[in-house]
Design a protein around this ligand. Structure first.
Ligand code: FAD
Length: 418
């Protein structure tokens, strides 16, 4: 048992994974979440094998298998649905852990239940938003507000972790001049809908190119052989200012069909999926510039608060979980709390800053833009357009940079001894 206590601001995937990790390592933790009654919000999210490994080592492997789909294959296609690059995923690719595609909200609630059971109800306070913090050489004092009643609460701990998402109040205090997230001139439309399986029912598909693309994958089993299928359609909107960033802002299916109404492939009828969807949400494609430090004395950042990135490479949630594990290890293995936060920063920030920039250039999905540039009317043989070695090199380079490659994931030591 380490004589430390930690306040985590934010009960999303990153903050909750951190609470579970700290508890596993014998470190006292309290979580404050702004939302009063967290509901299963969001649509699909992917957990890469590296994150599944961490959640498995936290004792959640069985629960994950129950809510998720073990993804076997990722197909990158052009806008006509022609296969550019098929890649095995998860166990099929040789990882010792599966890749799961899950409903983000179900994952968050699964983690929240586990946190409440393990660190007790009173250490998870919902409906309290961090507003400010102050630190001296020994402690961090943190101020929260209940936005409904207006009442304030003060707490203090050895360490504060801002896991409070892309609009992080902790980051804002550390970088007051930063301003709003950076709009990448794309809007995303997303939904989850019960439908018949496509392909083998375990395949994730990304079709199109930089200016117009669709991401489609199943995220859960449903009755009668149906699957819950997540879809995200995005397009460039060069002349538009950013729509408000609200995960719950709805749009009509007509708006999406105006752009994707003819994306009917022999193996997937995307317009039919859009037609069947009752709740479609719009979100701007945003990120933030990398920062020069996450850790300032006894306060640090984690997950989207630390490295808000464009959703390329299906890894934002996974990286937040990795942050949680790396931070826990640093706290366990370093005597001094401030030095531990510096170690975590040095270990995670350079790679995450690199990924933020790679994602702006389309990350591993750059192969789709190459196919569009070289064969805008489609192709007979992809080998005539992009040689296989080039496709493999693109995928391998990104996986390595993001720490997602098979060798690293299978052979690295555990972050925290289970
Ligand atoms: C409602 C919602 C829906 C999402 N839907 C998707 C999706 O469908 N697909 C996808 O790929 N990604 C989605 N994301 C983003 C995805 O969850 C993150 O990219 C990733 O999981 C990293 O998680 P995080 O814990 O760092 O941040 P987040 O998941 O954003 O969690 C941050 C948490 O902090 C809380 N919070 C914010 N401000 C404060 C404060 N001042 N004090 C205390 N708590 C605070 C928020 O309520 C939230 O619960 C969604 C995020 C949210 C918040």
């Amino acid at each position: 048992m380490k004589d430390l206590d930690v306040i985590v601001a934010g009960g999303g995937i990153g903050g909750l994974s951190l609470a579970l990790s700290l508890h596993q390592a014998g470190i006292a933790v309290r979580v404050y979440e702004a939302v009063r009654a967290p509901a299963p919000l969001g649509v699909g999210i992917n957990l890469q094998p590296t994150a599944v490994r961490e959640l498995t080592e936290l004792g959640l492997g069985g629960a994950l298998a129950e809510i998720g789909i073990a993804t076997r294959q990722l197909n990158l296609c052009n806008k006509f649905g022609q296969l550019i690059h098929g890649q095995s995923r998860g166990l099929a690719a040789g990882y010792r852990w599966p890749q799961y595609s899950v409903h983000r909200g179900e994952l968050q609630l699964l983690l929240l239940r586990a946190v409440r059971e393990r660190i007790s109800e009173e250490n998870v306070q919902c409906g309290l938003s961090l507003t400010r913090f102050e630190q001296d050489g020994n402690r961090v004092k943190v101020r929260f507000i209940n936005r409904q009643s207006g009442s304030e609460k003060l707490d203090e701990a050895d360490i504060l972790v801002g896991a409070d998402g892309i609009h992080s109040a902790v980051r804002h205090q550390l970088y007051p001049a930063e301003g709003a997230p950076r709009f990448a001139q794309h809007v995303l439309w997303r939904a989850a809908v019960e439908a018949e399986p496509f392909l083998d029912g375990r395949t994730m598909v990304i079709a199109g190119h930089l200016h117009q693309r669709a991401v489609v994958y199943p995220i859960g089993e449903r009755r009668g052989g149906k699957l819950l299928i997540n879809w995200v359609c995005s397009k460039t909107v060069p002349d538009r200012s950013a729509p408000r960033e609200d995960w719950n802002r709805r749009v009509t299916k007509e708006e999406v069909l105006a752009t994707f109404g003819d994306w009917r492939f022999s193996w997937l009828d995307l317009p039919a999926l859009i037609e069947q969807s009752s709740d479609i949400y719009e979100f701007p494609l945003v990120d933030r510039d990398p920062v020069a430090a996450w850790s300032f004395g006894r306060a640090t950042l984690l997950g989207d608060a630390a490295h808000p990135m464009q959703p390329i490479g299906s890894q934002a949630g996974s990286q937040a979980i990795l942050d949680a594990r790396a931070l826990t290890r640093a706290l366990v293995e370093t005597d001094d709390a401030v030095a531990a936060l510096e170690r975590y920063d040095a270990e995670r920030r350079p790679a995450m800053n690199d990924i933020i920039m790679r994602n702006r250039n389309f990350g591993p999905e750059v192969a789709m833009q190459l196919a569009e540039d070289r064969a805008p009317n489609g192709f007979s043989r992809i080998e005539d357009v992009i040689p296989r070695y080039e496709l493999d090199a693109i995928a391998a380079s990104f996986a390595k940079a993001a720490g997602l490659d098979v060798q690293t994931v299978n052979h690295r030591p555990s972050y925290v001894s289970p």
